[in-house]
Design a binder for this molecule. Structure first.
Ligand SMILES: Cc1cc2nc3c(=O)[nH]c(=O)nc-3n(C[C@H](O)[C@H](O)[C@H](O)COP(=O)(O)OP(=O)(O)OC[C@H]3O[C@@H](n4cnc5c(N)ncnc54)[C@H](O)[C@@H]3O)c2cc1C
Length: 372
């Protein structure tokens, strides 16, 4: 039977970043991905924002890896020519009652090591973004946007020094063996293959719970129940008065950062994402949600026309908590203490996972390097 050193389940930005970090040194790596290429799920269906690291509880993995990942992304961009633009972001106060929340966010951001944060008056917001109406704002100069496809392409290329990419292959079995795991995968024709892998990285996004269950982890007890949470976007096909130059966010809600303007590298503008829990992986955008987008945005972008909004795309977040429950941190851990040596689980890698990806890749390497 074939033997490899390492298997990564999932070719999203997280699995690719981990494979890229672990490539080399004569290692044999397999990346298993059920779709026909990398990044077909959350990693290509997001706002492509390089977050500064403002929102996350100080000391959390989200805060740590967002700040580290952002710096690494800007460095990678300069060295490898991955398109990014540090366009900046303004979190606005919709009215005076939101102003204390902005002060809290500034304080928390600074505790997380985020530089370039500045509170803005109403007049300063309107000077920077003449189309926006707000009672004040928090400006983040370090926030930017990135071409996520090019980032994943870069990780895939680096990983390919050691990795075979098993695209169109779904993981169907993961069983402990004397020196690792027996990995079973099924290709698009229904053919099954198995091989032995010393180390396995579960970077399956929304599928992480299922992969952990295949290994035999009691996912309810471990807190690995994944609650898929959809986020839709509508494109703005309007005039100059209906756009912003920077990313403009309302204050965050419990389960999302709110309906914000999303600027892409070509200068196009979208509004999104909303947030609602779903079952399954349907990525269509419900046109019936147009009013939610229109009403949710025109409060701060008053010239926006309903007719300018058209359905664009949607992504699905891999959340570990439901509405009303406390937010959970990223889970990134070796499962040795549960009786699964050499198995690493990455669960709940929601936003800022794209930003954090290079830092998470490095961390995963540090977790398993002693086994390889
Ligand atoms: C709407 C939305 C907006 C976001 N905005 C931002 C943002 O602006 N900035 C930011 O930093 N982050 C953002 N994020 C978060 C970011 O996109 C994710 O954290 C990141 O993409 C997670 O990457 P991943 O590799 O863990 O997951 P995924 O990209 O979902 O990859 C997991 C892969 O595993 C594969 N897989 C699953 N099960 C199996 C199996 N059994 N066999 C084989 N393959 C399997 C899937 O097909 C998939 O390709 C956003 C997310 C969403 C949904």
């Amino acid at each position: 039977m074939d033997k490899v050193d390492l298997t990564v389940i999932g070719a999203g930005v997280i699995g690719l970043a981990a494979a890229a970090e672990l490539a080399g040194e004569g290692r044999e790596i397999v990346v298993v991905e059920r779709h026909d290429g990398f990044g077909r799920e959350a990693s290509s269906r997001n706002s492509e924002v390089i977050h500064a690291g403002i929102y996350y509880p100080t000391g959390s993995l989200k805060a740590r890896f967002c700040v580290e990942g952002r710096e690494l992304l800007y460095r990678l961009s300069a060295e490898e020519g991955i398109p990014t633009r540090k366009i900046g972001k303004i979190i606005i106060a919709l009215d005076e009652r939101d102003l204390p929340a902005l002060e809290d966010l500034k304080r928390r951001g600074e505790e997380n090591g985020v530089g370039g944060l500045r509170l803005l008056s109403r007049a300063e917001v309107e000077k920077m973004e003449p189309n926006v109406r707000a009672a004040g704002g928090l400006f983040s100069s370090e926030t930017g946007i990135i071409d996520s496809h090019r980032l994943m392409e870069h990780f895939e290329k680096r990983a390919s020094a050691s990795a075979t990419f098993a695209y169109n292959c779904e993981l169907t079995g993961l069983q402990r063996a004397p020196k690792g795991y027996l990995v079973v995968i099924r290709d698009a024709d229904g053919e099954e293959y198995c091989f032995l892998s010393r180390v396995v990285i579960n970077a399956a996004g929304v599928g992480a719970q299922e992969v952990a269950e295949l290994a035999g982890i009691d996912t309810a007890a471990a807190g690995y129940t994944v609650y898929p949470c959809k986020g839709e976007y509508f494109r703005v096909r309007g005039g100059e008065g209906e756009r912003t130059e920077r990313l403009v966010y309302p204050p965050p809600t419990g389960i999302s950062l709110g309906l914000h303007t999303v600027i892409d590298l070509q200068g196009g503008v979208k509004i999104g994402p909303n947030a609602f829990y779903v079952e399954g992986m349907d990525h269509t955008v419900d046109e019936g949600h147009l009013d939610e987008f229109f009403q949710g945005t025109r409060g701060y972008l008053p010239a926006l026309n309903r007719e300018s909004l058209t359905p664009d795309m949607a992504g699905i977040r891999a959340k570990l908590y439901r509405k009303g429950e406390p937010e959970r941190d990223f889970v990134i851990r070796r499962e040795d203490d549960r009786g699964f040596p050499g198995l690493v689980t990455l669960a709940g890698i929601e936003s800022p996972g794209l930003t954090a990806s290079p830092a998470i890749g490095r961390y995963v390497r540090s977790l398993v390097e002693d086994l390889l």
